[in-house]
Design a protein around this ligand. Structure first.
Ligand code: NOJ
Length: 534
């Protein structure tokens, strides 16, 4: 079995992880201080979001030089030190590859925008007029006027993130060069930002297409063939049909992709991410079922509840007040019991929660642009704020709460973004001390994946498929069975497994209460979850 089939990834958003130089912003020195914490948790891979030179219009997802470290985060020397420190502890490091677009301050774009005859002009996508009415993800048209050349350039994200023209072989060559440069430096792979969008055809407003596969195969040949690198594509448009194509080993594209279907279920379809409806847990179960089946022996799933673009999962699908610990563990168990590679987003392992800031305290370009757009569209401020509280990306970007001290132990200086006021109760120091914490539960989940092969290999069937109170499933491999049963509600419920499970002698591998046996009929406490092996 490939090593990464038993691996767990930890995502670091360096700006909010740990500040080491007292400027209020997290940095590489801060990550270096915490490598033993990562080791203690037991993760195998660290994915670090962009730390390259950038004007930080989109917190580093707007790169102005792919070969330099942003001084806000530190130096290349510190980066190398960090890479060594992780490797010494048996932890691999993957970087973020953001090549759908660059920053408008990248030298290529500077040249491109001032001179039509520059070779860099064709590195980007230009039209004489806006040829579609397509909207960018961060509000407003995808077409932005450029005075010097009297043309419009295409940008799917902010206007300071012009899209690269992947149909230009020179662009692809530049990208492969930088990938190889970082791999030669010793990093272990990449998370690839919005990589399914590289195959778009702007004229048709198509965001996913055959071209994405073609370019990824070329990239594989040029960069990854013969290396043991790990790649995960952020593919917001991937489906259970395309995900196996991206991740089928024989096709030589990517190790795996992120599918987002399970995180779009509280959105009113077709209205974007801010127009909300309540989550239907049965829909959630069906999405997982379809993805688990689609990739079983045909590709590989990534398993994630959160990242730097998503709200905190315990606030989103659990209960972040009375049953915070129970529900965070329950959510951890149902995800980590599935087939795929789990990703833990910083702070998830201590059950960090969403925040409610005053409007002027939000920093995210997406949120700021959205407020303007929705106000113009006549949304009430109440509806807008409700959207931000539930879905705003800054929920995930508040500093890690290391302890109950000044600025939650994140920095000596006032942090670049507000701290969640609950840091006195919810923090790493507390979680490590408490044997029963979410942290220790996650530690066990990581360990179980290594000890029980069935977690990596077993098939997947839902139990209690129609019953909204439960999220439960069964995994089978050879003659062994793994069962996860979770009460997805804040009430006690009676769970009658008589018709769902054929019991054999077995044992409880993990419980978020104190359960040490599983019976045909049991009463499950609020958010109670149990993992049983037989
Ligand atoms: C996806 C990243 O995760 C997000 O943070 C970023 O804003 C966009 N891609 C654009 O790069």
């Amino acid at each position: 079995m490939e090593w990464w089939k038993k691996a767990v990834v930890y995502q670091i958003y360096p700006m909010s992880f740990k500040d080491s130089n007292g400027d209020g912003m997290g940095d590489l020195g801060g990550v270096l201080e915490k490598v033993d914490y990562l080791k203690k948790l037991g993760v195998d891979i660290v994915w670090m979001t962009p730390i390259y030179e950038s004007p930080m219009d989109d917190n580093g997802y707007d790169i102005s030089d792919y070969y330099k470290i942003n001084p806000l985060f530190g130096t290349m020397e510190q980066f190398e030190q960090l890479l060594d420190a992780l490797h010494e502890r048996g932890i691999r490091l993957i970087m973020d590859l953001v090549v759908n677009h660059t920053s408008d301050e990248h030298e290529w774009f500077r040249q491109a925008r001032k001179d039509k005859s520059s070779k860099y002009h064709d590195y980007y996508i230009w039209k004489d007029r806006p040829i579609t009415d397509q909207q960018s993800f961060f509000s407003g048209s995808v077409w932005e006027y450029n005075e010097e050349t009297e043309e419009y350039y295409y940008h799917l994200f902010s206007r300071r993130q012009p899209d690269l023209n992947w149909d230009n072989p020179e662009v692809r060559k530049e990208v492969y060069k930088l990938i190889n440069w970082w791999l030669d430096k010793g990093i272990d792979g990449f998370r690839m930002d919005v990589i399914d969008l590289i195959g778009k055809i702007p004229e048709e407003s198509i965001m996913y297409g055959e071209k994405s596969h073609k370019y990824l195969q070329e990239m594989y040949r040029e960069c990854f063939e013969g290396r043991e690198a790990f790649t995960v594509g952020e593919t917001s448009f991937a489906t259970p049909v395309s995900a196996p194509l991206y991740s089928d080993k024989e096709r030589k594209e990517l190790t795996m992709v992120f599918g987002f279907e399970h995180l779009g279920l509280e959105e009113v379809k077709g209205n974007g991410k801010w127009d909300l409806k309540p989550l239907d847990v049965n829909e959630l179960k069906q999405v997982f079922l379809v993805w688990q089946k689609a990739l079983h022996e045909k590709g590989w799933n990534s398993l994630f509840w959160s990242n730097h673009d998503q709200p905190r999962i315990v606030s989103r699908m659990g209960n972040d007040t009375v049953y915070r610990k129970e529900s965070a563990k329950m959510l951890g168990m149902i995800l980590h019991g599935m087939q795929g590679t789990p990703y833990i987003y910083q702070g998830e392992e201590i059950g960090m929660t969403n925040v409610k800031f005053a409007l002027e305290d939000y920093k995210d370009v997406e949120t700021i642009n959205m407020v303007k757009e929705k106000q113009e569209a006549g949304w009430s401020m109440e509806k807008i704020m409700k959207g931000i509280y539930a879905k705003g990306r800054d929920n995930a970007r508040t500093p890690i709460q290391w302890n109950a001290g000044k600025n939650a132990g994140f920095s000596e200086h006032e942090p670049w973004i507000g701290i969640n006021p609950n840091y006195k109760e919810i923090n790493v120091e507390e979680a490590i001390k408490d044997e029963d914490s979410i942290f220790h539960f996650y530690q066990k989940l990581i360990r179980l994946r290594k000890e029980y092969e069935i977690i990596s290999t077993g098939d997947f069937e839902l139990l209690f498929e129609e019953d909204r109170r439960f999220f439960a499933y069964k995994r089978q491999a050879d003659d062994r069975t793994l069962v996860v049963i979770a009460n997805f509600t804040g009430e006690s419920v009676v769970c009658d497994c008589t018709d769902e499970i054929t019991f054999k002698e077995g044992r409880v591998l993990l419980s978020n209460y104190d359960r040490n046996s599983v019976e045909k009929i049991m009463s499950l406490r609020p958010y109670e979850a149990v993992m049983y092996y037989m």
